[in-house]
Design a protein. Structure first.
Length: 358
């Protein structure tokens, strides 16, 4: 009798916690911790017009705008005084100019940040304390046999990128273009999975599969761990750059999103349809944990007050630590771990910077 009760208890515990299978972690909504509701305090910085994302460095919020043909691609805000200090970034194709920003990063240089322009495929370094608006240095994204979608700095001379047009998932590369490592396989994302519309694994090419699983890629401050989260599919890759290992976290849903096979320029492309939902919209990789912004609704409902964004916090082993509910619709975010504050940019009628204490 005791053994039966013990067995039932084990089954109950296993059913109520995330599961590890073949080294990867699977979780559902039921596995999330009790939600912690966060009340945001919104700033009023008139220079912010249509902000998309941000980073935090030395008490400053560096907030970048969505694509436009105007200057002032990003703004520097003092978080303590809430004052706008400067705006930088001249629109154009000339020396020191940029067209759009997809990411801003800190490589450890005092008062310096690097921004990435995916259209020009150029990294541009800016000084946060000078008065100039042009980049002081620009580096072309390395030429490789692989097309890189998302890239992030792993040191001041090396990059990590995710690839398409081939089954290799990640490439570790120098800025001169020398390959340090290729690792991971996009096939693992569909292996033994039920595919929509009766598709079989061997019907799908690497370009299609890799595009289904695109999303943000960012590194921890010490550049030992890197996180990639899916914008169309519920997954998170935890990458250990020291041994090139990948642990994948699947959830809160386990299904591959609905898609149909389309074609562009001779390559398969996934047609996700107008009812597809944004899953993990942004992420922040911290010292001992990382945070992901979960949206779970169609892009057209981005600013809807219903089903507002949530943030999940994990440790680098993939354990779920915290579950936060925000009270503003937000586009991107960053975390001030020292002061336990989440900063985000809102996507509403009056977009601006907002702070959530956690």
């Amino acid at each position: 009798m005791k053994s039966i009760i013990l067995l039932i208890w084990i089954i109950f515990i296993f059913a109520c916690t995330s599961k590890t299978i073949d080294g990867n972690i699977y979780f559902t909504e039921k596995d999330l911790p009790s939600v912690i509701e966060l009340a945001g305090e919104k700033y009023s910085v008139p220079e912010l017009l249509n902000p998309k994302g941000l980073m935090i460095k030395d008490g400053l919020a560096i907030v970048f705008e969505v694509k436009s043909t105007t200057d002032d691609k990003f703004h520097i805000i003092d978080l303590e005084t809430r004052l706008h200090l400067a705006s930088k970034g001249i629109d154009g194709l000339g020396p020191g100019e940029i067209t759009v920003i997809s990411q801003i990063e800190d490589v450890g240089e005092e008062n310096k940040v690097w921004v990435y322009d995916p259209e020009m495929r150029i990294f541009s370094k800016f000084d946060l304390r000078d008065t100039g608006k042009l980049a002081e240095e620009q580096v072309k994204s390395p030429e490789t046999a692989y097309y890189l979608t998302y890239t992030t700095w792993t040191s001041d001379t090396t990059l990590l990128g995710n690839t398409v047009h081939g089954w290799d998932k990640y490439i570790h590369i120098t800025i001169e273009g020398d390959t340090l490592a290729l690792f991971g396989n996009w096939k693992d994302m569909i292996k033994n999975k039920e595919l929509p519309n009766g598709y079989k694994e061997d019907e799908l090419d690497a370009n299609l599969v890799s595009n289904i699983f695109q999303g943000s890629l960012k590194g921890s401050p010490d550049k030992t761990h890197f996180i990639k989260s899916g914008i169309s599919a519920d997954y998170i890759d935890i990458i250990n750059l020291e041994n090139y290992s990948i642990k994948t976290v699947y959830g809160p849903t386990q299904e591959i999103p609905e898609f149909k096979i389309g074609y562009w320029d001779g390559y398969q492309m996934p047609d996700l349809g107008e009812n597809s939902t944004t899953r993990y919209a942004d992420l922040y990789a911290g010292k001992d944990s990382f945070f992901v912004l979960f949206r779970g609704k169609p892009y057209r409902e981005l600013s809807s007050p219903d089903n507002l964004n949530r943030i999940f916090e994990f440790d680098y082993k993939g354990n779920i630590l915290n579950h936060y509910q925000l009270d503003y619709p937000v586009f991107g975010f960053a975390v001030d771990e020292e002061n336990k504050a989440i900063y985000a940019v809102t996507v509403d009628r009056e977009p601006n910077l907002v702070r959530f204490d956690y």
